[in-house]
Write a protein that binds this ligand. Structure first.
Ligand SMILES: Nc1nc2c(ncn2[C@@H]2O[C@H](COP(=O)(O)OP(=O)(O)OP(=O)(O)O)[C@@H](O)[C@H]2O)c(=O)[nH]1
Ligand SMILES: Nc1nc2c(ncn2[C@@H]2O[C@H](COP(=O)(O)OP(=O)(O)OP(=O)(O)O)[C@@H](O)[C@H]2O)c(=O)[nH]1
Ligand SMILES: [Mg+2]
Ligand SMILES: [Mg+2]
Ligand SMILES: [Zn+2]
Ligand SMILES: [Zn+2]
Lengths: 211, 211
């Protein structure tokens, strides 16, 4: 009989395949429009000469995000879920088959924009990275705690707009520390490039450092 | 045997109860942090002398949103889903039992911040109203079409920030027209009050006009 693979099975298999090819994978999550793709664009432009990068994009519909990454000349594959509110490990396994993994050191998986369930589905990634935008308000860690708890890195984006909002950086940082004291927090602007030196340094250390 | 009520059963029952008490109900949806609660605050301040208002709040955790509405002195009940990414009709039925419906003309149900599945669950409301923030980008109707298709009203919020973003109003309006040409679109700022006269006029007409 055909035993339906669980998400854990697929995730475990993905992790083996990626480890076998020496590829580090990050699962990038946020609300819709927090700036995941814009952050990827600037990250690729900063690191492409030092690290071999690849991207798997996840959306309900369209290739819009993959097209933005494709313009940068790195391998990218677009998953269209058709309506599903998160990526799962089987979708990612299929996408991995379409990418030249032996030519990639660091693979970003941009998940569907959703601050709830993507954090519950292991894709086979090494780490979860989330983006929070200052325009969304500083109460999101308290109101949507799961993803903030699961993330190893939190990028607080759109800092160029912070003075035009009532975003309270201290309240946000306090709530994050309560939920996930070990999280690495970067305050960035994908528009102006603020904070990207620190973020890219962290990425380089992560790719080169970890076994 | 106890037959498990489906969501449709609960929604139908809610609709009967609300119609019986002459209450109109709107299901308010958006991404996290688009401004649903801020829009409700300003709407209540503008209309409380003309229309008897009530609110059901839906979040994963905390009473933060209900506390903001309670300060305005109208009936409000907070649903905490614990982790669920959308409200369902049974949760709303329980919440309705906690509200003085005979004292309410217009009931807002603020759904969990999520641009995907809340649009798939009928709560027993009359209409779906969604909020899109200019800070999220103008590509959301194309990328997350379901909710834009289901909404009768679309409030484009944070217009006070539009010149600080690359939000293309024409592209957004074109994409909305492709998906849902009948949708009523209001361009508003819950911060400055821009567009609220039109929105509140529409609400008054809706509450007074419809059978
Ligand atoms: N002002 C400002 N705008 C930004 C910044 N980063 C992204 N944006 C804008 O935010 C909007 C959404 O950016 P995206 O990168 O498409 O967001 P996303 O998280 O990838 O969105 P989805 O994939 O649809 O969930 C666009 O209009 C961007 O131009 C930033 O640092 N500052
Ligand atoms: N500049 C500006 N900020 C706004 C506007 N409306 C809301 N905000 C801000 O946006 C952030 C989120 O607003 P909320 O009203 O809490 O958003 P929400 O959709 O209710 O969020 P959730 O319930 O957590 O999904 C807060 O920091 C608000 O101050 C607006 O019109 N302009
Ligand atoms: Mg994107
Ligand atoms: Mg709210
Ligand atoms: Zn989901
Ligand atoms: Zn859901």
């Amino acid at each position: 009989t055909r035993i339906l693979k669980t998400n854990e099975d697929w995730a475990g298999r993905n992790r083996e395949v990626l480890a076998g090819k020496g590829v580090k994978a990050l699962n990038l999550m946020s609300s819709p429009g927090s700036g995941k793709t814009t952050i990827l664009e600037r990250t690729v432009e900063s690191l492409r000469d030092e690290i071999r990068l690849g991207v798997i994009e996840g959306d309900l519909q369209t290739e819009l995000d993959a097209e933005r990454i494709r313009r940068l000349g790195i391998p990218v594959y677009q998953i269209e879920t058709g309506g599903g509110c998160h990526l799962d490990a089987e979708m990612v396994a299929r996408a991995m088959e379409q990418l030249p993994l032996e030519e990639i050191d660091l693979l970003f998986i941009e998940n569907v924009g959703n601050l709830v369930c993507p954090a519950e589905f292991d894709l086979g990634e090494d780490l979860k990275v989330m983006v929070a935008s200052v325009t969304e308000g500083h109460d999101k860690p308290a109101k949507y705690p799961l993803m903030f708890r699961e993330a190893s890195v939190i990028l607080v984006n759109k800092m160029d707009l912070v003075s035009a909002t009532d975003f309270d950086m201290e309240a946000f940082a306090r709530d994050v520390a309560k939920i996930n004291p070990k999280a690495e927090v970067f305050w960035v602007s994908a528009k102006t490039g603020a904070g990207f030196e620190e973020w890219c340094e962290w990425l380089k250390g992560y790719v080169k450092g970890k076994p």
